[in-house]
Write a protein that binds this ligand. Structure first.
Ligand code: HEC
Length: 302
């Protein structure tokens, strides 16, 4: 069964979180903790938490929950999701993210890649065009919690102030649901991460499809030219994995990491042979785009 790519949590180092979440141990049962967590009206007025939206032209808007309600009359909804994080059925209230983006401005402002910026620095990205099809929902709390609590904590952490979820099975693999969300920004991937961008690849090539897969599935944990996640090792510099792994073994590792390495922290991501061929096309391409300062240094000689 594929495990879900995971992400660092506030106050846990990324590695600690990787160990917690990828180690195949079920999470401890979540608890509702009204004490200290219930944001009373006074508390939220004193410290209104705003979601910041920054569009392509650079202009930005910031909304508190009441301001969102005013901007989206009658659009507040309650949805049910099967949570791969809490490992159970959850109810959330909030707004469809496509409605929120529509209220923020004309669609052309939201073309491109969305970066979901979380309090702990985790910033997963997703093409804006996928917000609708993935049925992304901007949760502002859970209804019906006892004692006026707004969120169920997990490992002591609250997803407040905003949490993006989806009722669609599989959405979590496209976008690890960003919690403690503070801002959504439009970014151009090539500008944001030039080191991981497959410069020179044709638009409809295997390299580009592999890049797209890498961006959504691997980039949160692995870096290319030191850009990307730090839970897994860097894959391109000073040497590319395509240089020091034998190709059949690398393919097998991506297909089923535990079949190559016991106690691996690398999740089985349910990749197809085509996914893997395209990922390797991307990694091969990036080997040629190694950052000049790294090339030829730190070589493998013992
Ligand atoms: C949840 C985090 C996570 C995700 C997502 C992830 N990996 Fe990994 N990966 C790791 C960790 C941690 C290791 C470290 C080695 C180990 O534990 O076996 C690793 C190891 C590797 C290695 C071996 C590196 C080496 O030199 O030993 C390769 C290659 C690799 N991952 C490729 C990928 C690719 C390609 C994807 C996306 C399809 C991906 N990983 C997604 C965490 C992740």
């Amino acid at each position: 069964m594929p495990t879900h790519p995971s992400r660092p949590l506030l106050r846990l180092t990324p590695l600690a979180w990787a160990l917690l979440s990828v180690a195949c141990q079920p999470d401890p049962p979540p608890t509702s903790e009204p004490a200290g967590e219930a944001p009373t009206a006074t508390a939220s007025e004193a410290d209104p938490q705003r979601l910041v939206l920054t569009g392509a032209a650079g202009g930005s808007r910031a909304w508190t929950v009441p301001e969102l309600e005013a901007a989206l009359p009658g659009k507040r909804a309650v949805i049910e999701v099967d949570s791969p994080v809490y490992h159970r059925h959850m109810r959330y209230e909030g707004f469809w993210l496509s409605d929120v983006l529509a209220a923020a401005g004309p669609p052309e402002r939201w073309r491109g890649i969305l970066a979901f910026q979380c309090a702990d620095g985790f910033t997963p990205t997703l093409p804006a065009a996928e917000v609708g099809p993935l049925k992304l929902f901007l949760a502002v709390g859970e209804p019906d919690l006892p004692g006026g609590a707004r969120w169920t904590r997990l490992k002591g952490l609250s997803p407040a102030p905003f949490y993006v979820v989806s009722p669609l099975p599989g959405s979590y693999r496209r976008l690890p649901w960003p919690f403690q969300l503070e801002a959504i920004r439009i970014v151009d991937f090539a500008e944001a991460h030039p080191g991981a961008w497959p410069r020179g690849a044709a638009a409809d090539s295997a390299v580009m499809r592999g890049f797209e897969r890498f961006r959504t599935t691997c980039f949160g944990c692995h870096s290319i030219n030191l850009e990307g996640g730090i839970i897994g090792p860097e894959l391109n510099t000073p040497r590319s994995v395509t240089e020091y792994w034998q190709r059949p073994m690398l393919t097998q590792f991506l297909l089923d990491p535990a079949s190559v390495r016991a106690r691996t922290k690398m999740p089985n991501l349910g990749l197809s042979p085509t996914d893997i061929a395209e990922l390797l096309a991307y990694l091969d391409h990036m080997r040629g785009l190694r950052q000049a300062s790294d090339a030829g240094q730190g070589d493998g000689a013992p």
